[in-house]
Design a protein around this ligand. Sequence first.
Ligand code: ADP
Length: 206
Amino acid sequence: MTHPVPKPWILGLTGGIGSGKSAAAQCFIDLGIHAVDADHAARWVVEPGRPALASIVEHFGPGVLQASGELDRAALRQLIFSNPEQRRWLEALLHPLVREEIAASLSRATSPYAILVSPLLIESGQYRTTQRVLVIDVPSELQIARTMQRDNTSQAQVEAILQAQAQREERLRHADDVLVNDRDPAWLKSEVERLHHFYLTLTGGH
Ligand code: ADP
């Protein structure tokens, strides 16, 4: 007789921009854990040829397209950043599509648990689709310094991004586990390994 393979439980992984979510997720992936990044899913749903992109162009005009026909994410970000109404419009369009992409990816996982990486895990409500929440936390100054180095972006924009995201305190309120990523990459890796071995002992994330 065959036994049904238990469905992996879902770990939500979040943290502010530049906190090290992607770096932490990569450590889990290296340990054989399936991970899907909500930001990547959000990019897949607006690839050329997919219906969401046509809706966005119709709404915002052709200025949101690059010459290649791909979405100009920077141009779109400029349009919605200081305009909550437009941002809500975009979110209403994309959120259900992104949810479907994420669910499809997670349903393909064969690891003991699987990870949903999302900067907006808490405020989007995505955390409710997970069984456990891991917050990657760093002091704000370190977060800004790393993000500026990575993206070569202006400090003002980084600070606006930080404010538009959940307050650090709110994230931490939802955390089951907190990884303080204020040391070097080797420390990050060892902390992920420690959590991984703990997670392997859990059933359904508890
Ligand atoms: P996020 O996905 O949360 O926006 P990233 O994982 O991209 O953040 O990390 C932001 C930047 O900081 C990247 O360039 C990454 O390589 C770097 N970084 C992350 N963790 C560490 C660390 N422990 N030590 C040094 N650099 C780090």
